[in-house]
Design a protein around this ligand. Structure first.
Ligand SMILES: [Zn+2]
Length: 161
């Protein structure tokens, strides 16, 4: 996902706040997701009014609402999101009364687009790594666009489809 004006210095501040405070990424994980340096993240957290002591306490430890971020059997990262989250409707309620689990790549693109994704919308990993949820690695496609993309990729390497 890229915005026209996206570059390495510009940080989507709302996205950062969301990743950090709501999804519960550490500053380091947020830096990787937004493809900026850790120093930029600390700088922007300060601008957002999230104090250095708060952000430092984040480095080894997850915030109170953090229930888990793990890789599922298919290789996707799942994150726990509270029920009052704007995007909770995209999740499924796996053994959790306090929230839902959402595939992180879908959640990040939804947050970036500022709307929940439809089930028919596919978030494609450009580099093929299902766990690389850096925004620049993600692309929103329709089911048919996605199928065409993968069929073309298979044909390109000589697979009969
Ligand atoms: Zn794909």
């Amino acid at each position: 996902m890229t915005k026209a004006a996206h570059n390495k210095i510009e940080v989507d501040m709302e996205m950062l706040r969301y990743l950090y405070e709501h999804v519960g990424l550490t500053a380091r994980e947020a830096a990787a997701t937004l493809e900026v340096g850790i120093g930029t993240i600390y700088n922007r957290l300060r601008v957002l009014g999230i104090t250095k002591s708060n952000s430092e306490s984040h480095m080894g430890q997850k915030p109170w609402n953090y229930k888990g971020r793990y890789k599922d059997s298919q290789g996707y990262i799942l994150v726990h999101v509270p029920l009052d989250d704007k995007f909770a409707c995209m999740g499924s309620q796996l053994n959790s009364s306090s929230g839902v689990y959402i595939r992180e790549h879908r959640l990040f693109v939804a947050r970036f687009m500022d709307r929940p994704l439809d089930r028919k919308e596919i978030v494609h990993h450009k580099d093929g790594d299902k766990a690389n949820n850096t925004l620049n690695n993600l692309e929103l496609m329709t089911q048919s666009e996605h199928m065409k993309h993968h069929l073309a990729a298979l044909k390109a390497v000589g697979v009969e489809v």
